[in-house]
Design a protein around this ligand. Sequence first.
Ligand SMILES: [Cu+2]
Length: 495
Amino acid sequence: MAGKREDAWKLGAGWNDTFLWYAKAIIELKTRDVTDRTSWRYLAAMHQFDRDMWIGLGIIDKNAALPPASDTLIAWNQCQHSSYYFLPWHRGYLARFEDIIAATIVALGGPVGWKLPYWNYLDATNPNARKIPEAFLLKYLPDGVTRNPLEDLPRYGQTVIGPEPGFGIPDIDLSAMKETDFTGTVSFGGSKTLFSNPEAGVRGQLENAPHGSVHVLVGGALPVNPGDGFLSAFETAGLDPLFWLHHCNIDRLWAAWMTAPGVKMESGKQWLDGPSDRAFAVPTVDGSGLENYAARDTLAGGKFYPEYDDLHLGTGVPAPSAGGAIRVAQGPTSMAEPIVIGANGQKVSIGDAPVETAVTIASKEGSAVIVAMGPNAPERPAPARLFLKLENIRGASIAGGIQAYINPPAGAGADLPQDRVAGSAALFGLASASKVDGQHGGNGITLIFDISDLARRLIEQKDFDPKHLRVKIVSVHSGGDANPVTIDRVSVLRD
Ligand SMILES: [Cu+2]
């Protein structure tokens, strides 16, 4: 077993040692009571727990005793989404999960030093990259009789992830890796919201895609029935063994991003020591207690800093030239925060049919955008950027998909032109994020799409009237007219 985390597809086909021991350890963890801090279910509940949902899915018995509140209030329902703690929280969570699996393997008589593999789905050099690794699709362990815990759970059913028009997801890519600031309104790692800040946070670009997309591509997006796939809901995601390999790759993308030239990592004390209102917690490896960590513990030198065998394949970050030292910029973020220059008038509600809403940009700002983004735009230090923001997307479906278009041809039906797409997103955790009494404050999901290229095209085609930008929104698996997806505000921002 290697000392570093490796690519799942490079470990050997089918039942390689890493996956076989992972499966055996999961079988052992599943025998442990939910009150045991090292049990499969306790570890998943740390992400998010919903008693009724778990009873309904047969994960716990309705008479099951749960851990005491002194435990659950600290360790359960911690998952960080739409927050600039998304990456560090999950990094500590993965690291301790890995420690517990590794210790279990040793206790079962297996090798020392098991490391969590990553699912490198965007590695263009590997023709299998987008396939779910084989061991997660086999019904039995090599003995031919023991049910395989890597496979024995609900998933949507597709085994290769890619464009899924049924979910409104065109494809996964690495565009998030181009964001240069960790924190901010348009950010790589998440917007500056605190753990329980009542103000809605914006999903960071990496959290949106590929992170959220892969959750929904594997878990499915069907409304109402949470059993359709564990990966689509906060409350069940950690029960899918593939969750950990997916998040390991997201974590690796963060590690790779840190080595890219010119990126600005968050270095404020509030972030490094945070969150201040509820410290992150993981069980000790033996389960005897709980242990706190802060964001700084997940950075270089910290106890949860991971090691990967490679940070280049499938990350979009080129290897540094030979001998070149890697430099990470530290300091206040430099990118000017984008400002809202126009918005629509009212809340939008989308059921089965697409809905169109009009965004009005004030005339002075509108003319400035046309100059800044038109064919004769002066090259400032960087080209001007324009964004479309969908604020507080809420809905009752477990997950969903959303697509926004700008100025599609009038009367266009289901076949909306792809060259007018402003952005698409898989709405991972939609219902959880919409629950008023939930951990995420009921603010739903806020997304920001970069529409700079689209705006330039529209300006060039003389189809950009700032006083009247038509934004058409399609919601996939919204729950229909009975359970529409709502959006509080649609606005346009410029940097
Ligand atoms: Cu996730």
